[in-house]
Every structure is written in structure tokens, then in C-alpha cells.
Write a protein that binds this ligand. Sequence first.
Ligand code: TYM
Length: 335
Amino acid sequence: MSETENKKIIFSGIQPTGTFTLGNYIGAVSHWGKLQEDYNCIYSIVDMHAITVRQEPAKLRQNTLEAYALILACGVDPEKSIAFIQSHVKTHAELNWILACSTQFGELSRMTQFKDKSAKHPDDVNAGLFTYPVLMAADILAYKTDLVPVGADQKQHLELARNIAQRFNSKYGELFTVPEPYIPKTGAKVMSLQDPTKKMSKSDENPNACIYILDEPDVIMRKFKRAVTDSEACVRYAEGKDGINNLMSIYSVVTGKDYAEIEREFDGKGYGDFKAAVGEAVSDHLKPVRENFARYMADKAYLKECYTKGAEMALRISQKTISKAYRKVGFVDRT
Ligand code: TYM
């Protein structure tokens, strides 16, 4: 990415908390590579966010490297985008503090992800979990980001980032760009295969609920075959058919077919045929990702070269924002 090119800026991040799910992929990461031609893209593996819930240190290190290799495997090109590991760029933590002082306790208390995660981990409701959305706002605002490609579950955090930016700007004078969400029309919320009223999530205890993008083809087929549907036995997109709607949206994204085409294709056929077709299409679609991932993981020196360069570039850009923010709030110049 050229720092001088006059294109809009995109920022997005993903937590290194295990292999990506089909939800992560369809809702967010699969779009990242496609955006590189038209935008200045900045992508981060957000390890600092990950430690808001307990992580095993050696596992986090491994997951972070794998997540980095995975975003490349999904199409992020480190020559075209800035791709880095969040903890390598100190400005995120610095801006986090500045923004925390423009964020209200009440607004953080309303975040549904905080409520969900604190209910899930009642023995570790730490301050980082509570202020998580402030760090996310820092990630985004540090780069004067215009657009943030994410799944629907991040909309509330993004709304908060916008409010924080506007509040800071009106308190101290214009500095931050107010970012817009960039949420896909289809696949913004991929649902669990076992309970299609719930989002597909890495933390689901039922292994059949979630497709991981590195799952082998037979595992993918098996999980789709077991997907919960309904008793109507008719492939059509309609209210109350959450399971089928979810499978249709997945199939639509990986094949490029719209819902009317899919309904025609499976007219008169049963759910068994449909589920097998979805499984096959997803497995074929993910084949290059699996192959690319193995290739990148076999070349750790290349990965290191990429994330080191990414961090240097990210630091250079975000440092400018931080210096301006420090001046605006009244800190004495260091030099
Ligand atoms: P994370 O790591 O939970 O998820 C990464 C991306 O995947 C999307 N996603 C989904 N999309 C569709 N269906 C699903 N079932 C599904 N599950 C997850 C998420 O919306 C997200 O886009 N807080 C963020 C990471 C973050 C970030 C940022 C994102 C930190 N700083 C700055 C954007 C900008 C998170 O936990 O994503």
C-alpha cells in the first residue's frame, strides 16, 4: 500500500483465538483481499483484544502466527495491504488511553458483547473486557479509517467508535475521521448449524455447530449433513426457516447464485441433496485457503518479514495521529 495514494482507508481486525470459522470468513475476512485494489487496506491480528479472556500464552503465540498466515491464505496480500500484529504497534495502547477518557461508563455497560462475555466468564470480568470497545475504537481511529469491513455482530462496537470520534472532535477540535461500517448484504451473520437462531461462534461447545475454514472436506460434509433444518422439506427462503435460510445464504455466497436461482435448482429435491450440495460447495471454495495456509505456515521467515514490515508501516501512520491527539489534549511536546 502506498501511503500517499488518495484512496479511502479500510481497517479491520480479527482475534487470534483459534482457527477462523466460516462466519469469520464469510462475514469479514473473505472480503479483505477483494478490497485491496480500490482502498488503502490495513488489517490486524488483534492479540491485545484476545487477552480480555484467559488465553494459554504458548497457544496464543501459535494462534497469532496461524491467524496471520490465514489472512494471507484468504487473500490479503502484504505487498498491497498493511498486515500486522496489534501488540507490535504501541500506538494502539496509547490511543486507547486517550479515547478511554472520552468514553462513558454507561455506554460501555450497554455493549451486548460485554454482557454476553461477562455472563460466560463470571469469574473473570476484568477491566479489559469492559473497555474492549475503546481499544477497538483506537485501532480504527488511529488510521483515519473511512470504512470498517465487519460482520453484523460488530455493528454496536462500531457505533461506539463513531460516537467516541465525534465526542473527541467536538471537545478538542477536528482530528478523527468518523468511520462507516462496511457490512456485507449476504452472510453478515452466519448462524450455528445446530441452533440457527444463534450466531456461528468459535466458542460453541457443540463441534457440529461450527465450520472451521481449515476443516477437512469430509468433516465439512458431515457437519452440513447434520445441520438442523425444519420439517417442510422445501428449499425456499422464508421467515421461520432459520436453518434453511442460513444454508441458503452460505450457498449463495460461495456459489454466487441468488436465492431465486437456488430455489429453482432444488425445486422438488429434498434437504439431503441440498445439504450435500452446500457441503461440497463450501469445501471446494475453501480448498485454496487450506493449501495456501499450509504453504505460508511452512515459511515462518516470510511471515516474520511480512508482519515486521506491516508493523513498521502501521506505526509510522498511527504515530502521526497520536502526536496530534497528544497535542490536542494538552500534553507537552516530547521534542
Ligand atoms: P472477531 O475476531 O470476533 O471476528 C472477526 C470478524 O468476523 C466476523 N464474524 C462473523 N461474521 C458473520 N457471521 C458470524 N457468525 C461471524 N462471527 C464473527 C466479525 O463480525 C468480525 O468482523 N472486535 C473484533 C475484532 C476487532 C476489530 C477491530 C474489527 C478488533 N479491533 C477494529 C474491526 C475493526 C472481533 O472480536 O472480531
